[in-house]
Design a protein around this ligand. Structure first.
Ligand SMILES: [Zn+2]
Length: 370
């Protein structure tokens, strides 16, 4: 859910935390008396995921590798999940490779963790393709999230992040080879922002772009079950229109909109998702997805790519969308039929010049019979 391409994470800190938890877990286990070992029943044949010995560079993690996936997890607690997560990952990857015309630059690392009592996930495309999954159940309070099975939804969503951030063409490939990978921007080395942009231009995008596209895919891939068509999103937008609430511009959203938002970026999900749905509804899903792709001759910067695909500026279409959300701008607002003598007059009316109603009139008269 969290796209961390725009906000790099310290991988070392994560792995150190993981290693520390492994140590404390072992210490705890030593302090407890050993429970009696249950006697195996020779008539029961159990088949399940095979336990894999820890082999993740000295960290107390187990690892399963394929050509596309490096899955890190804690054995035995999470072993039962691994076949299913492998399948969910492979299905999602196939879908995204096809839709984005994308070949992943590198294998995706997936880390399963369970350090909190809530489900969550994060993804990044720089310096490597990676996904973190919190395996606890997702919160569905107030229907703010409407997932299908959680790993199905999470892998569909997170791999959409990986795809949109990792997409590349031959120009990006040249920079990635020249720079020996996909550099992350580092605070201590501001010039790394430039290297990051040259190698992975689509990690340098606003968060609403990342979350809007990922929620759009999450909903599409579940046949319509997802936040893009969820009851909570619909309620929020209808309430905002009813209350004449203000709507942020793309710049206002990033500068103020997420600061008044409990600091968790929910507005990015709400705005991004709704904007992508508007694009798909108005211009077709193919155009919305084409914006996210990185063909050979495409513009690197996301807003320039928008103009290339839609033929309009991003701000202009954003304003169209805000007008679309507000039913006061719908035309017509009024449909009326009335009888005038022997004829019938139909009128439709709606917003016209500022403060005025624009009316279109149709006059009907009886046709002579015979
Ligand atoms: Zn996300």
């Amino acid at each position: 859910m969290r796209g961390v391409g725009a906000r790099p994470r310290d991988c070392l800190a994560v792995l150190t935390g993981v290693a520390l938890c492994g140590v404390s877990g072992s210490a705890l286990a030593q302090g407890l008396p050993n429970p009696p070992t249950p006697k195996p029943n020779p008539t029961v044949v159990r088949e399940g995921p095979v336990h894999v010995p820890p082999d993740a560079s000295g960290i107390d993690l187990s690892e399963i590798d394929s050509n596309d996936l490096e899955l890190l997890y804690f054995d035995p607690a999470q072993t039962y999940l691994t076949p299913y997560i492998g399948r969910a990952f492979t299905n999602a990857l196939q879908f995204h490779k096809k839709k984005f015309n994308w070949t992943p630059w590198d294998r995706t690392t997936v880390l399963l963790k369970d350090f909190g009592d809530y489900g969550n996930a994060a993804a990044r495309g720089s310096p490597n393709n990676a996904v973190l999954l919190d395996v606890a159940p997702l919160s569905q309070t107030m229907e703010t999230f409407s997932p299908g099975e959680r790993f199905f939804t999470l892998t569909n969503h997170e791999l959409a992040h990986v795809a949109t951030m990792d997409v590349w063409n031959s120009r990006d490939a040249s920079w990635r080879k020249f720079l020996h990978g996909k550099p992350m921007p580092l605070q201590e080395h501001p010039e790394s922002i430039l290297w990051n942009y040259l190698a992975t231009p689509r990690t340098n995008v606003p968060r609403w772009y990342l979350e809007g596209s990922a929620v759009f895919f999450e909903t599409w891939m579940a046949g319509g079950l997802g936040r893009a068509q969820g009851g909570f999103d619909e309620m929020v937008w209808r309430a905002r229109v009813r209350d004449n609430d203000r709507f942020f511009s793309p710049l206002g959203l990033e500068s103020e909109g997420i600061a008044v938002d409990y600091q968790v970026g929910v507005n990015d999900y709400l705005y991004g998702t709704r904007f992508f749905s508007y694009l798909a509804l108005t211009y077709g899903p193919e155009k919305a997805v084409d914006w996210l792709r990185r063909p050979e001759d495409s513009k690197a910067f996301y807003a320039a790519r928008f103009r290339e695909v839609f033929g309009k500026r991003l701000d202009e279409v954003w304003d169209d969308w805000i007008r679309f959300e507000n039913k006061q701008h719908d035309y017509p607002q009024r449909i009326e039929y009335r009888r005038e003598g022997e004829g019938l007059v139909a009128e439709i009316g709606g917003p016209g010049a500022p403060g005025k109603e624009e009316v279109i009139t149709y006059r009907y008269s009886r046709c002579p019979a015979g």
